[in-house]
Write a protein that binds this ligand. Structure first.
Ligand SMILES: [Zn+2]
Length: 113
């Protein structure tokens, strides 16, 4: 009696096996983008998942895929939020005018001691 086969890798979860005419090797179909490949190797599967455009983020860790730089939270540097003194003055004037024109009572700012 042959030794029992090891369980398939969790990486194959969701991958559909479809018969391929004239061959005992089935076609593998990606559950996310529905592309197919024939090779029954884990390396080939991971290769696909690392570039699959529809792989959910929740599966990135499983395939040791890194998040593309453009999809990460953008890094904000202080220069992006710096405005000139003239722009600051114009923004203050515009805000003051907006508050004045809205008819809001200035007492909306309360200071509690
Ligand atoms: Zn895919």
């Amino acid at each position: 009696m042959p030794p029992p086969r090891p369980p398939p890798s969790i990486m194959w979860d969701g991958v559909m096996k479809e018969p391929f005419a004239g061959s005992t090797t089935p076609t593998n179909r990606c559950p996310y983008c529905l592309n197919t490949w024939r090779k029954k190797s884990l390396v080939r599967l991971v290769q696909h998942m690392k570039k699959c455009k529809k792989l959910p983020f929740a599966r990135y860790e499983r395939y040791e895929r890194t998040v593309h730089r453009s999809l990460r939270q953008p890094q904000v540097d202080s220069a992006a939020y710096t405005i000139s003194a003239i722009d600051q003055r114009n923004a203050d004037d515009a805000l003051a005018e907006a508050i004045y024109n809205s008819g809001l009572a200035f007492s909306f700012v309360s200071i509690t001691l």
